[in-house]
Design a binder for this molecule. Structure first.
Ligand code: 4GY
Length: 256
C-alpha cells in the first residue's frame, strides 16, 4: 500500500511515522508514505501558498493553484482511481469501517489543510471525500492524517503479531477493550481478578467478553446496537443485566 500526504509540513508527517508498530511496518516495506508540499508548486519569489479570503475576515486561505498541483503530483504516484481524501471537521466521521475500507486499497491521498482552510474549488475539483476524526477544531489536517494512517496501516497483513489477528481476540470486535493487568499481582493495594490467575482459558475468555460487554453497555451503548452480538455474548450481557436488576431490587427491599 502507498499513502501520499499533501502537506505544508512534510517533516511533521515523516517524523511522526518513525515510531512503534507503524514505524516498523514502514521500514519493513509493508506500506509506504510519501509527501507532497504545495510550496514546491509555486512560482513567485515568496513561494506563496496562502492568500486573504474573498469577502474579508480573519486568517488566510490556501491558494487553489499550488494545492491542486500538489494533489495531482501525489495522485500521479498512485494507481488510477486512488481516492483523494481531505481531513476536515466538516467531513464524515472517520471510524473503523473507513479504516477497513482504506486498508483494502492499493493507495490513497490524504490532504492536510492549514490556516482557515482550503479554497472551496479545490474541494470540488480535486477531492473525493472529506473525513473528520471528531468534533473539535485543530490547527491543521496533519494530525488527523496521521490518525488515519495509523488506524489503516495497523490493519495491513503482517503489521501486528498474530496475537491480535487471532480468532480469540476477534470475539469482542466492535466492543470496548476489557481491563488488562500485568505484574505485580498487587499494586496500590489492588489485586488482580482471580480468574486471570486461574489458568482456566475458557473461563478467562468468558470473563473478558463479559467485561467488554458490560463496559460497552455502560459507557457506549450506541456501540452495542452495532456490535451484532454472538449468542454467547447476548447470554453474558443478559446474565449481567439480570444480576444487576436483582441487586437493585434487593437494595430497594432494604436487604443490603
Ligand atoms: N477535527 N478532523 C479536523 C480539523 C482543522 C483544514 C485548517 C478534524 O479532521 N480534521 O479540525 N481540521 C483544519 C482543517 C484547515 C484546520
Amino acid at each position: 500500500m502507498r499513502i501520499e500526504v499533501v502537506t505544508l509540513f512534510p517533516e511533521l508527517i515523516r517524523a511522526a511515522l518513525g515510531f512503534g508498530v507503524i514505524g516498523r511496518a514502514l521500514t519493513r516495506g509493508l506500506a509506504a508514505v510519501g509527501t507532497e508540499d504545495p510550496r514546491v508548486h509555486t512560482s513567485d519569489a515568496h513561494r506563496t501558498v496562502d492568500d486573504r479570503p474573498y469577502g474579508g475576515g480573519p486568517g488566510m486561505v490556501l491558494k487553489p493553484g499550488p494545492l491542486a498541483a500538489a494533489i495531482a503530483a501525489a495522485q500521479a504516484r498512485l494507481p488510477e482511481g486512488s481516492p483523494r481524501i481531505c481531513l476536515s471537521a466538516a467531513g464524515e466521521r472517520f471510524g473503523q469501517r473507513h479504516a477497513r475500507a482504506l486498508a483494502a486499497l492499493p493507495g490513497f491521498v490524504l490532504v492536510a489543510g492549514r490556516y482557515e482552510g482550503v479554497d472551496e474549488r479545490v474541494l470540488v475539483t480535486s477531492i473525493d471525500q472529506e473525513l473528520s476524526i471528531g468534533d473539535f477544531v485543530l490547527s491543521g489536517g496533519e494530525i488527523p492524517a496521521l490518525a488515519v494512517i495509523d488506524a489503516v496501516v495497523r490493519l495491513l497483513p503482517g503489521v501486528l503479531g498474530d496475537e491480535r489477528s487471532s480468532a480469540e481476540e476477534s470475539f469482542a470486535e466492535g466492543l470496548l477493550d476489557w481491563p488488562q493487568y500485568t505484574r505485580p499481582v498487587e499494586f496500590a493495594g489492588l489485586g488482580v481478578p482471580d480468574v486471570l490467575l486461574s489458568g482456566d482459558h475458557a473461563g478467562i475468555a468468558r470473563w473478558r467478553l463479559k467485561q467488554a460487554l458490560v463496559r460497552t453497555w455502560e459507557r457506549r451503548p450506541d456501540l452495542i446496537v452495532k456490535a451484532q452480538l454472538s449468542r454467547e455474548a447476548s447470554r453474558l450481557l443478559d446474565e449481567h443485566l439480570a444480576e444487576r436488576a436483582a441487586a437493585r431490587a434487593a437494595t430497594i427491599r432494604g436487604e443490603i
